[in-house]
Design a binder for this molecule. Structure first.
Ligand code: PHE
Length: 454
């Protein structure tokens, strides 16, 4: 039973595998299966992927280590971490930015999570078979622009997230994420193989692996960096918050590397599952957010036993989205429990009442409120843009500046090696330190400036 917040013993993960799968559960989500493929399609295929991989390895992995260091060293929420490690300074506002980023993302993420439930329900009704006779594109447009149905599914998605979070870290988050990821992985591989062997898919495969830098602009670079942050759940306190439940014995370098690797693998497999099929069906690869919900149903109709595959895919999509949403909500919940001294169930109730309003606005912005534009973006796109391209970027920037310039190199190495328990070769330590201290902040600032000018 939870006691009033603050006096409550902090929850923690029970096993190394549990930590890795919870981290991977946070990282692998709609960003990999839904966002990555359409961004690849919109930004010149392989050129985007190459830049994305460079960002992931040289920038994001060290940034993930920074968040790990902040969380595990402080054993506190995103706001509390900065407050604890730099008492009496303005650094805590950097933590607040992360909490805000998580809240913004969860608001529009729940809408797409809701779409995945709706599609799961339809798949169970065998709608995605030749006999189902659906027209994916008009059906998707009609659904997302309608008022009540998407709201209903969005709220259902939020409710699932809240229920798991109420159970806590070990019994809710960890238990839940453990069995799901392998199922999703197997499904995506099956889909990728099927997609790449469709007649006419070879052009799509070429598009994925043959770079065309003429289509790659400064805004593509911004999009790639934003997507890398988004996909690895960086800059919005999720890795930091999860790391705060990790014991000092765990190897955080290994966990960062494995999480990054698994997440990137999922994104590439999703690209292979979707882009070749897009070409095989003569659809434009720059179709935007509808890609997964329009293209995949068309593929399922062609597959032997496609009805069953559709059920498992949308179930996996929903569960992958759910494990990510859980990590986003936990950022806000940890903040409310530790800073506002709320009990976990109360924190869940309070945050849910805010998310219901924000998510409903995002959902309606696809239809009834589509005319409401801020900086020529509707509410959904604005939340997406501001969180991925602004808040998370600043969140990551401050994390690197703090770890690189406020903590000492000895502190960093102490965390990375778990006080000497794990080996960190000198040249690698120097390289990581250089990236955290100089390269990452400079690149992030340069890209922010480029994004403003573009
Ligand atoms: N990484 C998740 C995805 O790819 C989204 C996410 C972003 C989750 C930020 C948590 C924090 O879908």
């Amino acid at each position: 039973m939870s006691k009033p917040g603050g006096t409550e013993k902090r929850d923690s993960f029970a096993s190394s595998l549990g930590i890795l799968l919870a981290m991977t559960g946070s990282a692998v989500g709609l960003g990999n299966l839904w966002r990555f493929p359409y961004l690849v399609g919109e930004n010149g295929g392989a050129a985007f992927i190459i830049f994305y991989l460079v960002c992931v390895v040289f920038l994001c992995m060290p940034i993930m280590m920074c968040e790990f260091i902040l969380g595990r060293r402080s054993q506190a929420n995103a706001f509390g971490a900065y407050k604890k490690l730099a008492p009496g300074t303005a650094w805590k506002h950097a933590g607040l930015l992360s909490v805000l980023a998580a809240a913004f993302i969860l608001s529009f993420y729940s809408v797409v999570g809701g779409w995945s439930i709706k599609y799961l329900v339809m798949a169970c009704g065998l709608k995605f078979t030749t006999a189902g006779g659906i027209q994916p594109e008009p059906m998707f447009n009609e659904f997302v622009t309608s008022n009540w149905l998407p709201i209903f599914y969005t709220l259902a998605f939020l409710a699932c997230t809240g229920i798991i979070i109420i159970a806590g870290v070990k019994n809710g988050i960890e238990k839940f994420t453990k069995t799901l990821m392998p199922v999703l992985f197997i499904m995506m591989v099956v889909l990728a193989v099927r997609s790449m062997t469709l007649p006419g898919a070879s052009e799509g495969v070429r598009y994925l692996f043959k770079p065309d830098f003429s289509k790659f602009t400064a805004s593509s670079a911004m999009a790639a960096l934003g997507q890398a942050f988004f996909s690895l759940s960086l800059g919005c306190g999720t890795i930091l918050t999860y790391a705060s439940y990790v014991s000092h014995k765990e190897n955080i370098m290994k966990c960062s590397a494995e999480t990054t690797l698994l997440d990137t693998l999922f994104a590439l497999i999703a690209g292979c599952a979707i882009i070749p099929a897009v070409f095989a069906y003569g659809i434009s690869p720059g179709q935007g957010p509808g890609l997964v919900f329009v293209t995949l149903p068309a593929i399922f109709a062609e597959l032997p036993a496609g009805g069953v595959v559709a059920i498992v895919f949308f179930l996996s999509l929903f569960l992958a989205a759910l494990t990510s949403a859980i990590s986003l909500l936990e950022v806000v919940i940890a903040f409310l429990i530790e800073e506002c001294k709320l009990r976990r169930p109360v924190a869940v109730a309070v945050s849910m009442s805010v998310f219901v309003v924000l998510a409903v606005l995002c959902s309606l912005s696809q239809g009834a409120l589509s005319h409401v534009k801020i900086f020529s973006l509707n509410i959904f796109d604005l939340f997406d843009y501001v969180s991925a391209n602004v808040l998370m970027t600043f969140g990551a920037l401050f994390a690197t500046l703090f770890v690189g310039h406020r903590l000492s190199r000895a502190d960093i190495e102490d965390e990375l090696t778990s006080s000497g328990r794990y080996r960190l070769p000198r040249p690698l330590a120097g390289f990581i330190y250089f990236i955290i201290r100089w390269a990452a902040p400079v690149v992030i600032i340069a890209l922010l400036v480029a994004g403003l000018i573009a």
